[in-house]
Design a protein around this ligand. Structure first.
Ligand code: ZN
Ligand code: ZN
Length: 301
């Protein structure tokens, strides 16, 4: 079971009722924050969401609307008593910029571990029990999206193990996906494990033109959160120039990638009521929803 909350849904500048685009993923008592623009910690507080449980911050790119809230948030997390290390994962070239921001924090009572991702190749890694794949995007600077899946081990089947006379001391090794040798015979995990379990997949993509990487990696997501900087199709040229998307482009990706549900986010401050343009997306992909701050969904596996 994963909880997903949109912390903010604005692009470029925060508005009184629309903080900058950010998202919190909560799983198993821990959480991952995606992006941290100005005001992110205020929205987290408004939603009564724990900052102390944030173990990892995934950064899409180093434009101010996605990172300028980092020093304040990290200081608050420090004031809350954190001593365990916190990971910040961001595209290539980000560490220098993020380290510069951290100078204004002064002393933090915990270690901040910054790592950089490849900007043209997807990278797979694991955080808080989730398998995460980065999605190289096409924006003014190095930018990545993220796709997250629950890592669920198939159930161990004792009856199969007993039939094969496998001693109990080997069961855990097999359940963890490793081979064992019994009476000179190799036993592989598939011989004693059940069917693969249904996972949950959530994908997050902002600040990009449509690129093939997105369709490939977000394929069959239970929830696809995607930028929709502009609603109206007449804004196409503007979207191309600013390297963003219009609603219908996000909806086309959702349709082609066969996702279950699309949430739009990262709206231009010039778009006062994004709901006015929802038809541009729903005509293509009916299960589209306009994101709003603190919109939340629990996805069960
Ligand atoms: Zn942005
Ligand atoms: Zn940007």
């Amino acid at each position: 079971m994963i909880d997903v909350t949109l912390i903010g849904t604005g692009g470029m500048v925060p508005l009184p009722d629309r903080f900058l685009a950010s998202c919190l993923i909560e799983y198993n008592g821990k959480s991952i924050l995606i992006d941290c623009g100005e005001g992110t910690q205020i929205s987290l507080r408004k939603g009564k969401l724990s900052m102390s449980k944030i173990d990892t911050i995934l950064i899409t790119h180093c434009h101010a609307d996605h990172i300028s809230g980092l020093p304040g948030l990290l200081l608050t997390i420090g004031n809350n008593g954190r001593t365990e290390p916190l990971n910040i994962i961001a595209p290539r070239g980000s560490a220098k910029i993020i380290n510069s921001l951290l100078i204004v924090c002064g002393y933090l009572p915990y270690e901040v571990r910054i790592s950089e991702l490849h900007d043209t190749k997807p990278v797979e890694f694991e955080q808080i029990g989730l398998k995460i794949t980065s999605i190289p995007l096409n924006h003014h600077i190095n930018c990545v999206g993220y796709s997250m899946e629950l890592l669920l081990k198939s159930h161990f089947q004792p009856d199969k193990a007993e039939k094969l006379n496998i001693p109990v001391k080997f069961w855990r090794t097999l359940h963890n996906g490793n081979n064992v040798t019994v009476d000179n015979k190799t036993i592989t995990p598939d011989m004693v494990l059940g069917e693969p379990r249904k996972t949950v997949k959530i994908s997050y993509v902002t600040d990009t033109r449509p690129v093939k990487n997105i369709n490939d990696i977000v394929k069959k997501s239970d929830l696809f959160i995607c930028e929709g900087m502009y609603g109206d199709d007449t804004q196409y040229d503007n979207a191309v120039k600013k390297m963003h998307m219009i609603f219908s482009e996000a909806a086309n990706i959702a349709l082609e990638a066969e996702v279950k549900e699309l949430w739009l986010t990262h709206f231009s401050p010039s778009m006062i009521n994004p709901e006015d343009y929802i038809n541009f997306a729903q005509n293509i992909f009916p299960d589209t929803y306009i994101g709003h701050d603190l919109m939340k969904k629990t996805i069960k596996n």
